[in-house]
Design a protein. Structure first.
Lengths: 123, 235, 287
């Protein structure tokens, strides 16, 4: 599993960690029951504060994606992939809507946008 | 603890510390003038020169010691784990050490004057007594205002405590002057008789004894203050 | 809770430290930040028990200085800017002499750190440079199993390569989750990556006290055109700075608040945060 942190990103660091762990779970890179690195080990590897990884894990726990076993660490939960996928889709839709809104303001037509997407996708 | 006390006593004599206290050495000028009677004939007879040097060494040392060692511990000693009793032991021992060391230095340095026949035994006893009081007044329970006191003084905008310490200083300058007079009398005009000696003994006791007793009364307060870093703070 | 300050106040002449409250659990690093003269060193002297607070409660590992000073001092490792050791003694002698007062002092650990920091134990303390003196203090602080390291502005005197090593040591130090660090500094760059808690003080008063994630939730740095910035709700804006290429504003962030699409929203670094808040306060004074 690979996590990349962009220090000057628009997303907060803990959000970046949450998103990338989510992706890893959705794509099956992390399977149910698998142990996650400890809060302190992950913080050390990513060169971020302990409290930041702690918050990321707590968020994932709140969403029911991982669970903590006291004294042992964090494990990936049994989850519903479809439900997760749907959630991912909703998020993507929202982001696309933003992009399309910007494009409209710039005076692009639906055709222009599609063309652009095709070009980028094939890249 | 005794080893630590002695080490810290000598460790305090370093240039960095002198620099901070440079203003105190203005007092050396007074001491220099006080000792003038002995300097008469400094370049003519070796006795005068010897007296001058032997008097100046312990005086300068006491003055230095008085400005560098005050009733407090080095900062490090406030941070290592010490019980109150250990702290008190350190403070008391260091005060006793510097009083003894300074007065002994004065007695030892002036001893050759008597041995060489430059002064009478009674003069030497008075000198020795003077050095003990110097050590007590200038570097015995020498304490500066801690943070708390300084705040209080700042508000009152008065500094009469400084004045009291100034009086100590003046008394020591006067007695140093008397010592110098005694010595030059002994060397230049022959030994004094018993009545002439009283001329010096009475003022010594009149001036120094009450002040010394006042200082001794302050002893326990000074030790208590030195137990706390904040209250013994000096800058 | 390794360190608890509750409404600590202290007057130091005209300067006052006002109602500072902090909690630091085991296993974390707390950054103590603020401009020069904001009271960081005074606060550290209070935590070290050298100054006694006029009001408030100070507990270290649940103990107070009044009741268990010796136990507390065995738990605390310190690096201050003062030159605390014997100048004429060698580093090793210094270590042995002062280590003797500590319950768990180990010469092996001290020598291990001295080697790691490139210090020669046979050199005299007075021969060291300013940075080396601090390195030795740091090595000594690590040599007696202290649980709380209190470091006052050490980084400014370290060269860049040692600064890296310094932060690596701090991370190792807190790794087992039982020990904590308080690091005061006005160089906040490194803190962004390492600090878990932040206590931000200015003129003796708290600007922020809490974990760094809460801090990141509290503030946003908005960049955009001037008229867009002016549309931001007034009560949220802390300070606006106009530049040639757009205007920047530090704002109090509300959860799930959505900003105008044409401005850039970013989480401020500690440095940016301090810059804007210091500017704001200077502005207030002028008015």
């Amino acid at each position: 599993m690979k996590i990349v942190i962009q220090p000057q990103g628009t997303l907060a660091i803990y959000e970046q960690i949450v998103n990338q762990l989510k992706n890893a779970i959705v794509t099956g890179e992390l399977s149910a029951g698998e142990a996650l690195p400890s809060i302190r080990a992950l913080a050390g590897d990513l060169n971020v504060s302990v409290i930041t990884t702690k918050r990321a894990y707590e968020d994932l726990e709140k969403e029911g994606l991982i669970r903590s076993v006291p004294g042992k660490g964090f494990y990936v939960c049994e989850y519903n992939t479809d439900y997760l996928m749907e959630k991912q889709l909703v998020m993507l839709e929202k982001r696309l809507a933003e992009v399309i809104g910007d494009a409209k303001q710039a005076g692009l037509t639906a055709e222009d946008i599609k063309e652009m997407i095709d070009a980028l996708y094939n890249n | 603890m005794t080893g630590r006390v002695i080490k810290d006593y000598f460790a305090a004599f370093r240039w960095g510390n002198f620099k901070e206290k440079v203003a105190h050495f203005a007092y050396l000028v007074f001491y220099f003038f006080a000792i003038l009677p002995t300097i008469v004939g400094f370049f003519e007879t070796w006795e005068s020169a010897l007296i001058y040097v032997l008097m100046m060494i312990p005086t300068i040392h006491i003055l230095n010691s008085g400005s560098l060692h005050i009733m407090k511990m080095p900062k490090m000693m406030y941070m290592v784990p010490l019980t109150k009793e250990m702290k008190r032991e350190y403070i008391v021992k260091s005060a006793i050490f510097r009083i003894c060391f300074c007065s002994l230095l004065g007695m030892i340095c002036t001893l050759p004057l008597m041995l060489l026949g430059l002064c009478s035994a009674i003069t030497y006893v008075i000198i020795a007594y003077d050095y003990v009081t110097f050590a007590l007044l200038l570097c015995g329970m020498n304490e500066r205002y801690g943070l708390e006191e300084r705040n209080a003084w700042q508000e009152a905008r008065s500094d009469c405590r400084g004045l009291i310490q100034g009086i100590d200083m003046i008394i020591t300058v006067i007695s140093l002057f008397l010592i110098a007079c005694m010595l030059s009398w002994d060397t230049n005009e022959g030994m004094k008789n018993i009545y002439e000696n009283l001329l010096f003994i009475i003022p010594a006791i009149l001036f120094q004894l009450p002040l010394t007793i006042k200082h001794m009364k302050y002893w326990s307060t000074a030790v208590e203050k030195a137990l706390s870093y904040e209250r013994s703070f000096d800058k | 809770m390794l360190l608890q300050l509750k409404d600590i106040s202290k007057s130091l002449g005209k300067f006052r430290i006002k109602d500072i409250s902090v909690e630091l659990p085991e296993g974390y690093i707390m950054g103590l930040i603020g401009p020069n003269g904001s009271g960081k060193t005074s606060l550290i002297h209070i935590i070290l028990g050298l100054y006694k607070a006029n009001a408030g409660e100070l507990l270290i590992d649940g103990m107070s200085y009044e009741d268990s000073e010796v136990e507390i001092r065995n738990l605390i490792g310190t690096v201050l800017l003062d030159e605390l050791f014997d100048h004429s003694a060698t580093l090793k002698e210094n270590g042995i002499n002062y280590g003797a007062y500590y319950k768990n002092f180990s010469l092996e650990i001290l020598e291990m750190y001295m080697k790691r920091f490139g210090l020669d134990g046979d050199r005299k303390f007075k021969k060291l440079s300013k940075g080396e003196k601090l390195k030795f203090q740091f090595a000594f602080a690590l040599s007696y199993e202290a649980k709380l390291l209190i470091l006052d502005e050490p980084t400014a005197n370290f060269d860049p390569s040692f600064r890296k090593e310094f932060f690596a040591v701090l991370k190792e130090y807190i790794a087992d989750g039982t020990k904590s660090v308080i690091l005061s500094t006005h160089l906040t760059e490194d803190l962004d990556k390492i600090a878990d808690y932040i206590l931000y003080i200015e003129k003796g008063s708290t600007i922020f006290s809490g974990d760094i994630e809460k801090l990141r939730d509290t503030y946003r740095l908005i960049t955009g055109e001037k008229y867009k910035i002016n549309l931001l709700p007034k009560e949220q804006v802390i300070h606006v700075e106009e530049g040639n290429y757009g205007t920047r504003a530090l704002v109090n962030h509300r959860l799930r608040y959505t900003y105008d699409k044409e401005v850039t929203v970013a989480v401020p670094t500690l440095e940016e945060l301090m810059y804007f808040i210091t500017k704001r306060d200077k502005g207030d004074k002028r008015r």
